[in-house]
Ligand binder design. Sequence first.
Ligand SMILES: N[C@@H](CCC(=O)N[C@@H](CS)C(=O)NCC(=O)O)C(=O)O
Length: 208
Amino acid sequence: MLTIWGRANSVNVQKVLWCCDELGLAYERIDAGLQFGRNNEPGYLAMNPMGRVPTLVDGDFVLWESNSIIRYLAMQYGAEGTLYPAEPKVRASADRWLDWALSTLQPAERPLFWGYIRTSAADRDTKQLAAAASEVEKLWRVIDTHLQGRDYLEGNTFTLADLVIAAYARRWFGIVELARPSLAELERWYVGITQRPGFARHVAPALT
Ligand SMILES: N[C@@H](CCC(=O)N[C@@H](CS)C(=O)NCC(=O)O)C(=O)O
């Protein structure tokens, strides 16, 4: 049985939970982070010295960093070449989106998420939020352009690239205050992804 440490409203935890559903894996989840605490306790820090969530425990194997965790789960438990493509060029292309998500998309989107979802309207820095919204819109335009002529981000099937990018798309589409442009390719792809049970179960719930 896998153990996943982390609160269910964390996007990085959600990616791991959704990945488990895609792979049909059973797991136990233990709340940690923010109001649940535990992530700065010595026992947790011994597993994950960053004190962040998620952390995966699989027997005597412990792993942190959400995208590394989902790669591991797909390699260890997935049918070869499905969620994590086997062909090097397709795999590298999918990996590019996983790296881009953590290096570029998440840092850009984070101020928007915190500003609109975790900050009261009275306390919002509207100038900062407008600048962040403009930056994030540019990134979603990159995805929209990339999706032209494609059903999925890479290859012909749903991969970890779709899973990761959709987890952040849910946040962008879920911030009702944002004035979003109409991005037809992105919306077509996103609507298709939202039909997946793992998305509905772990990512679609209200943003908190
Ligand atoms: N790059 C790391 C980021 C981990 C991270 O920053 N997680 C956030 C939640 S999304 C966290 O632990 N926040 C502190 C907390 O929940 O107390 C990953 O992808 O796993």
